[in-house]
Design a protein around this ligand. Structure first.
Ligand SMILES: Nc1nc2c(c(=O)[nH]1)N[C@H]1C(S)=C(S)[C@@H](COP(=O)(O)O)O[C@H]1N2
Ligand SMILES: [Mo]
Length: 423
């Protein structure tokens, strides 16, 4: 399919370039430099032998740690311009530029409250104490001696996106505090069993070794289920931004609870009611009562291509593709609407469809060149259906800040420009 659609566009580009150089009218409209550049570009096109085939390229190992092609230099984490970037800061994954379900480590979103500490793993320790039979202190070597496991899961900040306008122009602006990786580490249950839980143990309080000393209470059920202590991400050690050398991973739970730079686990009978589970990461409802300890991120999806900030070059075939995820398990289906939400058609889900991981969806589409609003809606394996923003606000009220999993429609104008239809 891809090859078929590539062919005519390459051919028409060649015709245009040749026309620009040879054709009198087109050429007279271009500056000398532009002509030289266009001529050079044309030299590299079929049937000519391109410049980069005429001499050997860089030797293997000329980049000890590889980086993307220089032509991809615009695919970077997005740092909001007006946000203060000292201490409590974030950078966002460019979701609209990525394919598949895995976020490359250099593009994984970042959210930290006290900067990124520079931790020497040889000096890092994990303390496990509180309601345990045998308090323990682990080195990183000790942690790596436990049987390991690798699993693919998403991580998402619960402020992704916030409810207040302006909503942002691109998929990254809206939900770029979301990434997905293959994590390797040890089952937290195993580590807790090593210390032996006392019968009163109901919560585990995790503390980070950053200047924010991020502290969150985790229910014991999650700790004995799929929680992990992770040291690797997509095959290599965690990046400093993601919690090097050790973080806790709570698949499907809001990002904030996944404490990075993990230095302490205290087993308790009650939650500690830290700042991050009282004044922050709670949602004030219309009746003045706050939702707290919400834990799981609910089902969500977004179309990443075509999406805000991009432009459709011409009517004709376009694949609509995007991502869906749910903290409650697997994605069961994704529906696409091309008529402002009046009717919905089922998209294809790309394998693998994993629990608490990003699932990629695709929908073949023919754009007739008329203005249109496109949007996606996820349903997870519990049967929960992603709501519209209006539906969400009718339940949560106007005061909520976190946990916005609404549908985000894109408007495509007749000239192909794409904008946020909700803005
Ligand atoms: N120690 C520590 N852990 C932390 C944070 C922090 O500031 N300090 N930020 C939390 C928040 S709000 C989120 S959304 C996730 C972000 O993880 P990431 O930066 O690896 O994407 O880490 C969480 N764990
Ligand atoms: Mo977060």
């Amino acid at each position: 399919m891809k090859q078929e659609s590539d062919r005519p566009s390459a051919a028409s580009r060649r015709r245009f370039l040749q026309g620009a150089v040879v054709g009198g009218v087109a050429a007279s409209a271009l500056s000398r430099d532009a002509i030289a550049e266009t001529a050079k570009a044309a030299d590299n096109l079929p049937p000519n032998v391109p410049e980069w085939m005429k001499t050997p390229g860089d030797p293997a190992g000329s980049q000890p740690y590889g980086t993307p092609s220089e032509y991809e230099k615009n695919v970077v984490r997005h740092v909001p311009k007006n946000a203060p970037q000292y201490l409590s800061a974030a950078s966002r994954t460019p979701l609209q530029d990525l394919d598949g379900i895995i976020t490359p480590n250099g593009l994984f979103y970042e959210r930290h409250h006290g900067g990124v500490p520079n931790i020497d793993p040889a000096q890092h320790r994990l303390v496990l104490h509180g309601l345990v039979e045998k308090p323990l202190i682990f080195t990183m070597e000790d942690i790596r001696r436990f049987p390991s496991q690798s699993r693919i899961h998403f991580l998402e900040c619960s402020g992704n996106p916030i409810y207040t306008k302006p909503y942002g122009k691109t998929a990254s602006d809206l939900v770029g505090l979301l990434s997905c990786a293959e994590w390797t580490g040890v089952s937290l249950k195993l580590v807790l069993q090593e210390a032996g839980l006392k019968p009163e143990a109901k919560w585990v309080v995790a503390e980070g070794a950053d200047a924010a000393a991020m502290t969150r209470s985790i229910p014991i059920e999650k700790c004995l289920d799929d929680a992990m202590l992770v040291y690797s991400q997509n095959g290599e050690r965690l990046r400093p931004q993601q919690g090097y050398p050790l973080r806790i991973l709570l698949p499907g739970f809001e990002g904030n609870m996944n404490v990075k730079w993990l230095r302490r686990l205290k087993v308790t009978a009650e939650p500690v009611y830290s700042r991050e589970e009282t004044s922050k990461y709670t949602d004030l409802m219309a009746d003045g009562v706050a939702r707290e300890f919400t834990f799981y991120m609910e089902a969500k999806s977004i179309i990443t291509r075509p999406s805000g900030g991009q432009r459709l070059a011409a009517p004709g075939f376009h694949e609509i593709t995007g991502i869906a995820w749910s903290g409650h398990g697997k994605i069961r289906r994704v529906d696409i609407s091309l008529d402002e939400g009046k009717s919905w058609q089922e998209a294809q889900l790309q394998e693998p469809i994993l629990t608490r991981a990003i699932t990629r969806f695709r929908f073949p589409w023919h754009w007739d060149g008329k203005p249109v609003v496109i949007q996606s809606r996820a349903t997870d394996e519990t049967g929960y259906v992603q709501p519209t923003l209006a539906e969400l606000v009718s339940v949560r009220g106007e005061n909520s800040f976190y946990h916005n999993n609404a549908i985000w429609p894109w408007r495509i104008a007749a000239n192909g420009e794409i904008s946020n239809a909700q803005a």
